[in-house]
Design a binder for this molecule. Sequence first.
Ligand SMILES: [Zn+2]
Length: 79
Amino acid sequence: MTDDPTEPTSGDNLPGVRATAAKCVRCGEPVQARYRPFCSRRCADIDLGSWFTGRYRVATDEGPENQDGPEGGTEPEKP
Ligand SMILES: [Zn+2]
């Protein structure tokens, strides 16, 4: 299995392949220029959605009770 055209090893011999050898950060499919860095709008949508959701979750899951402590913003690093 050394003839994989998806391998970005020698992009000089591949016909029709431009400098866009990037892969979708979501599913790994070839990236479409208009949807970079995703392969399609679907992946971009999914990623954006999960990103926002995750951010919200983390923000609300941080533990607001700490705001009552004397150390307002000098918290030690978490593991
Ligand atoms: Zn994708």
